[in-house]
Each structure stands twice: as structure tokens, then as C-alpha cells.
Design a protein around this ligand. Sequence first.
Ligand code: GLY
Length: 370
Amino acid sequence: MQFTLNTGQANAVEIVTGPNVSGDLKEWLGKYLTGCEEVFLLADSNTREYCVPRVISLVPSLQKAEVLEVPAGEKSKSIETAGQLWNALADKGASRQSLLICLGGGVVTDLGGFVASTFKRGIPFIHIPTSLLGMVDAAIGGKTAINLGNIKNQVGTFHQPEAIFIYPGFLETLNAYELMSGVAEVIKTALVADAPLWKKITSIPLKEIIQKKSSRELEDIISGTVAVKCSIVEKDFRETGLRGILNFGHTLGHAFETLSHQNNSKHLSHGHAVALGMICESHLSGLKAGFEQNIQNELERMIFPDYEYYPIKNEDVDFIMDTLVHDKKRKDSVNRFTLVKSPGNAIPGVECTPAEIKESMEHYRTLNKQ
Ligand code: GLY
């Protein structure tokens, strides 16, 4: 399947998805590399081991690419790692005629996009997402970012890659937890923007389809989610309004994620944190936007027991409230949330009071069945 994402701001982005993507990638690179001086392949320690050999076997001309490796994990989305990559690119003579290929999950595409969009005021890059989360969300739409300390995505740019190649075969390298991280973004996209997609994913054995890692149904879910995201990004690339609906579950989700990095507990993956954030924000949606209780219940049944409950103590509620001060959507000292009215119908930027936010966390805490 092929999409063109045209935001009218820069180049239109070609997005190709499906099992035969290697042919398209080969053809695209064949044309592109003719005018290109150096090719860099950014990977993390996991994708270097499992995906770099695969992509080189699919596209042998990439043997000449210089591989840049960063440690796997959220900690690599830092100014220190970005600095190391800028230095590596400078040392190896990268120029605006070079190409950076970002091969990895959301960390690699966010970080690589940020480094490429700032080095020499921007060098061309492409994304080859290897996680489900990257395929359906992080790699699509031109958001690049690094974290500032523990605060997520505080520094970044809006900058489109030249192209995105989504090869579902890479999902075979992922475990169940990583796959479920991506499922959260599928659920979110359907709930905020596409009632038919919501209906579909609530009426099929979604988890089983995903865990099989390879099927026509899975490809349809990926391309369906990509299509919805593209249609939103095309209308509002710089997130002045509509695109904010894609933040559903993310305001409290990011706070949960930060909390899990702060506590010496198991770190929550981004998607897992978003799943828990959606529980709280759907409760807020019930309070403030008339989101029906039966759909809230349906969402909760989709999330538990597939995502482990993450316990929050009283002091964690205070920590989360402090973290929300850094949220990018906060305005005039008031936090704003994307809330859902009904499947496919969400409203960005709804002001919520600290009492309402705390109530949503109290609701979450009642769901602890442990
Ligand atoms: N991940 C949300 C967005 O791209 O806007």
C-alpha cells in the first residue's frame, strides 16, 4: 500500500507499507543514492543486531552505509546522544547531500529525525520503523524530539523525512510487551478519529492478530491506522488544533512514563503508559465531554488485562501533578487535555482542573485488581 503525505509545508512524503516493501525501498534508494554522497544508518543496539543485517540483505547497496549505533532505550533521547551523533556526522563528512536512514522504533526515529533536522540546518533522512508503535505513530508525521532530563519530548522540531518504509517483517523481532506498546497507539487513533476503525478493532481478536506478527489482517490494521494519521497530519502539520486529538492518553501517559523512570520500578514502555493514560483521560472525557460509560467500559476491557496495572501511591499522584506543569499543551497555568465525545469524535485543548485530574487518577486506582 502506498500513501503520499502532503502537508504543503515541504516535500510530500512517500509512505510505503507491506510485505513487499523491500522492492520499493530498493527502487527508491537506487534513484536517491545516485545524487547522494554518504549514507548513514542509525540503529540502536537491538536493531543493529536484528534489523541492520536484514535491511542490508534486502537492499545490498546499503552495505556501503556507515552505521551509527546508540544504546537501546529512552535514555538515548538525550542532548548528550544527539551531540555524539552530530559529532559523528561531522567527523565522517556528512553534508546536505548525505542521507540518514533511521532504522528502529520511536526512540531511533524521534532522535534520528531531530539530529538530521538540525545538523547543518537539516539533512535528508528517511524512516524505516521496526516497532509497531513506530509503524503506526512515531515515524509518521514529522515530529522529532529528545527529552530534557526526565521530561519527555521537550526539545524537537517538525521536520518531515523524505520517505517512510514500513516493513511488517520487522515485527518478528519484537516480544509481546513491545507489540502491545504499539497496540495502544492503534486503539488511540481509532478512538479519536475513526469510528469504523474503532468498530473493527473492537470486534476482532486484536491481540491474537497482533501476536501472530504476520497476517493480512495485521497489515490492514497498520495501513488503516497510518491512513487515519496521515489525514490528520495533512490538515494540521504543526499541531495548531486538530492534530492535538492524537495526544489523547498522552498527557497522563507521559506523566506515568516519567514516574516509572523516576521510581526504581519497572520502566513503562511508551505505549503501555499511554494505555494507562487513556483510562484516566477517558474518565475525564466522561466527566467533561459526555463520553458514554459503556464505551469507557469497552476501552477498559481492551486495556486490562493486556496491560499490567501500574500502582500509584498518594505521593505518586503529587509527582504526576508536578510533572503536568511541563506539559506542552498547558496554557495560563491550566492543563488541557484531548477528550473523547464518542468514537471518532474528539476535542483537543479542554481545560481540566487539578481536582478533575486527581479524580481521574482515583478512578484509575479503583481498577487495581491485584
Ligand atoms: N504522536 C502524536 C503526533 O504525531 O501528533
